[in-house]
Design a protein around this ligand. Structure first.
Ligand code: AHM
Ligand code: MG
Length: 332
């Protein structure tokens, strides 16, 4: 088994990034450094996540602990850690984060990259010890280096991503990323403090038997979605839904399946955010041979209009996503 071999040979994330640096058209090392900055913040968040129960940092934001220090929720801590890593690193000029209302302009005009990030997704799972994740997208700025950032640097469609990835804080912690040359996964080895290549060149199965959707919202779905889920049941597929996007996505990526967060009556654009949830996973699934759609359109082709805009997300094995698209658009 190839992945086991790579693991036992021990290719660390740092070494892998270095080996792959020549893949980049502008191989000056900044993107490599940026990926390493993200990996470092991920290690810190992993540590905080692991001791969340012990350190009593799973509690509500705003409370103070016995030392009188402000107690912070883990998603706030994660945001601070990633913000710090990205701003100290020097490669980034602006950040869009789920935890920040506005664009964070780092006032670093020499930074080449813009990062969109959900520092800790699946927040409802934090307090109950279920997998959570970090999701990130990296774009090259459009405006000239050395000048102040412009709106066009920020509002780029997902097709412009130069790299994207996620960290899954699960039964193991993993970092999975792409720079547009396939998808590779790394597993964190706690005692060594390193990510090791464990899942080289991940390929999404063309089809699968898993479907993941919040069925509690069934009465709010449009007909195509309801028809698809009914067909999953008729085929006796497996229903699996953690309610933690990274974890649901990761399982389906490896095993074959589909994740859906469709439009509902209450939320016509669904729940998930285009810029820091959907786009990164869409880039990854396409790089792995799968597909991501909002029903009609490719996720990566959506031109964002505002930072926190939502999009329906149908993502996973190519044959299953295409089946949903056909059921949602029966006249075409
Ligand atoms: P969050 O950004 O507030 O954590 O919400 C995103 C999460 C995803 O991880 C998950 O897939 C989805 O919300 C679950 O939503 P629901 O509880 O409506 O099924
Ligand atoms: Mg989120």
């Amino acid at each position: 088994d190839q992945s086991h071999l790579a693991y036992s040979v021990g290719i660390t994330l740092d070494r892998f990034i270095k080996l792959k640096q020549s893949d980049f058209p502008f191989a000056s090392g900044e993107l490599s450094q940026l990926l390493r900055d993200i990996a470092l913040a991920a290690k810190i968040v992993n540590r905080e996540t692991n001791r969340a129960g012990l350190a009593n940092i799973g509690g509500a934001f705003g409370q103070t602990n016995v030392q009188g220090e402000e107690q912070q929720k883990l998603d706030v801590i994660a945001n601070i850690r990633f913000m710090r890593a990205l701003s100290k690193g020097g490669e980034v000029c602006a950040i869009v984060s789920e935890e920040e209302d506005a664009v964070v302009d780092l006032q670093n005009n020499s930074g080449k990259y813009v990062v969109a990030i959900d520092p800790l997704d699946g927040s409802s799972n934090i307090d109950v010890n279920i997998s959570i994740g970090t999701i990130f997208s990296i774009y090259r700025r459009k405006s000239p280096i050395g000048s102040p950032i412009l709106l066009e640097d920020i509002m780029q469609p997902g097709s412009e991503q130069v790299a994207a990835g996620y960290v899954l804080y699960g039964s193991s912690t993993m970092l999975v990323y792409t720079t547009g040359f396939g998808v590779n996964g790394f597993t964190y080895e706690n005692s060594l403090g390193e990510f090791f290549l464990s899942h080289p060149d991940i390929q999404a199965p063309k089809s699968g038997t898993i479907y993941s959707i919040n069925e509690g919202l069934q009465l709010e779905w449009e007909k195509g979605i309801a028809d698809f889920v009914q067909s999953c049941k008729e085929m006796k597929m497996q229903s699996r839904y953690i309610g933690s996007l990274v974890a649901d996505f990761h399982r389906n990526l490896l095993k074959g399946g589909i994740y859906l967060y469709p439009s509902t009556l209450k939320n016509p654009s669904g729940k998930l955010r285009l810029m820091y949830e959907a786009n990164a996973l869409a880039f990854i699934i396409e790089q792995a041979g799968g597909k991501a759609s909002e029903g009609k359109q490719r996720i990566l082709d959506i031109q964002p209009k505002n930072l926190h805009q939502r999009t329906p997300l149908i993502i996973g094995s190519v044959e299953l996503v295409e089946q949903v698209e056909r059921m949602m658009n029966p006249m075409e």
